[in-house]
Design a protein around this ligand. Structure first.
Ligand code: HEC
Ligand code: HEC
Length: 236
């Protein structure tokens, strides 16, 4: 499958979004200075989104994670189709989401409450713990729907300016920590469909965040989103 087909012309504005995945997700590393080359926008992100933490302690994260297991499953492997698993998630993404819940920028009454009780160090330790886990097992999916989702995810659709999801998320769907790109492998299916609709259909949250997903999903139909949710929830 050629790169040209996977990218389409949309790749240019989209990939320009990536450097804007600034230091918020990365946090301030031990030693203080913000990471170079993360492309922080002028003025910097709102307070509370740049985390300050010492080297993450996954063992401490494991202890803290006990309070998450009731919803996200033991070890962050979700058995509820409407709740995302956390196991195997890239740490920059988990940190960023917890910080935006805490700042009440990403909607979810439940998670805003949970995150309000977490310190920067708690967030870093939890993210390190979950990142070390393996994503949960594949969810069952309708084969025809799944095949359609697989084709879109891996190859895009040049005629409709759909960029292949794999360009950013990887062929295995495991994302990229440095760019804050989420792992989507075996994402709980109902949650997956809901979040795809959220990216495509709702006004952006007040998050100073790139619009990569919003641009990527714009040309997609409801049926495409269903097919993609079926595919990513059942990746091998
Ligand atoms: C009462 C249930 C509940 C508890 C307890 C809970 N969560 Fe959640 N969490 C959810 C739900 C539901 C969502 C999906 C929110 C949405 O609709 O966008 C979520 C979303 C998340 C996300 C975003 C995941 C993604 O893929 O975008 C992260 C990260 C997260 N939770 C971390 C945690 C951590 C860490 C804890 C424990 C400290 C925790 N949660 C405790 C229910 C819960
Ligand atoms: C240009 C890069 C790019 C492309 C192309 C892209 N994504 Fe994403 N995706 C991201 C980034 C960055 C995030 C994290 C967004 C955030 O932090 O709000 C993300 C987040 C997601 C999430 C949320 C994960 C979670 O746990 O809540 C899903 C699902 C997703 N992408 C699926 C897709 C699908 C399906 C496609 C193809 C139609 C796609 N993405 C194309 C960059 C991309």
């Amino acid at each position: 499958m050629g790169q040209a087909r996977r990218f389409g012309w949309l790749a240019i504005p989209l990939l320009m979004c990536i450097p804007v995945l600034w230091a918020g997700a990365q946090g301030t590393p031990p030693g203080g200075a913000a990471p170079a080359g993360q492309g922080a926008p002028a003025g910097g992100p709102p307070p509370g989104l740049v985390l300050k933490f010492a080297a993450p302690d996954a063992a401490r994260g494991q202890t803290l994670s006990r309070s998450c297991a009731g919803c996200h499953g033991p070890g962050g492997v979700s058995a509820q189709a409407s709740v995302p698993g956390l196991a195997g998630q890239v740490p920059s993404y988990t940190r960023f989401q917890l910080s935006v819940f805490r700042a009440k920028l990403r909607p979810s009454a439940v998670m805003q409450g949970v995150a309000s009780r977490l310190s920067d160090q708690d967030i870093a330790d939890l993210a390190a713990y979950f990142a070390a886990g393996e994503p949960g097992p594949a969810w069952a999916a309708d084969p025809a729907l799944r095949a359609r989702g697989a084709a879109l995810f891996q190859g895009g659709d040049n005629d409709r300016n759909v960029i292949a999801c794999a360009v950013c998320h990887g062929e295995d769907g495991r994302g990229a920590d440095r760019q804050g790109i989420a792992s989507v492998t075996n994402l709980a299916p109902e949650y997956g469909l809901e979040i795809l609709h959220e990216f495509r259909d709702t006004p952006r949250f007040g998050v100073p965040h790139p619009d990569a997903m919003r641009i990527a999903l714009k040309p997609l139909t409801d049926d495409d989103l269903k097919a993609l949710a079926a595919y990513i929830s059942s990746m091998k």
